[in-house]
Design a protein around this ligand. Structure first.
Ligand code: HEC
Length: 114
């Protein structure tokens, strides 16, 4: 009986661990905040005024990950151009980040993350 009881305690503990693990994917749900910022950036580019992009580059920068080493510097470069009202300069950094990181971010953490 004693052995049986211990087995039940082990099973209960295992079930608790399984339940805890099962809740992890929910916490790692797709992060659509970058996509939302991007829609605003796109609208602002079409507006033709670079300056309001500065704050959006800051918001984008904050969402970088350590593995995307140039994410921060690219964002800073975009912001610097935006502050000067240099729309073409700012747009060049959109492409730079998209070419380097867009797909990886999107599928690992962003709107298409598991
Ligand atoms: C530092 C990185 C970075 C910079 C700078 C950047 N983007 Fe993005 N962009 C992304 C990532 C990552 C995605 C994918 C987001 C997702 O789907 O989760 C994206 C997606 C987009 C999309 C698609 C949104 C959608 O509805 O799926 C547009 C449009 C866009 N960006 C426009 C811009 C414009 C315009 C600029 C510059 C003014 C810019 N981006 C600068 C990283 C960046």
């Amino acid at each position: 009986m004693r052995t049986n009881h211990r087995w039940l305690a082990t099973l209960t503990a295992a079930l608790a661990v399984a339940a805890a693990l099962a809740s992890v994917p929910a916490a790692a749900a797709p992060d659509t905040s970058v996509k939302d910022t991007m829609k605003k950036m796109q609208a602002q580019v079409l507006n033709g005024d670079a300056k309001p992009l500065a704050a959006m580059f800051d918001a984008t920068k904050a969402k970088g990950r350590p593995e995307f080493a140039n994410w921060g510097p690219i964002s800073d470069k975009g912001k610097a151009a935006a502050v000067k009202g240099d729309l073409d300069g700012a747009k060049a950094t959109c492409k730079e980040c998209h070419d380097a990181y867009r797909t990886d971010f999107k599928t690992k953490y962003g709107s298409k993350a598991p």
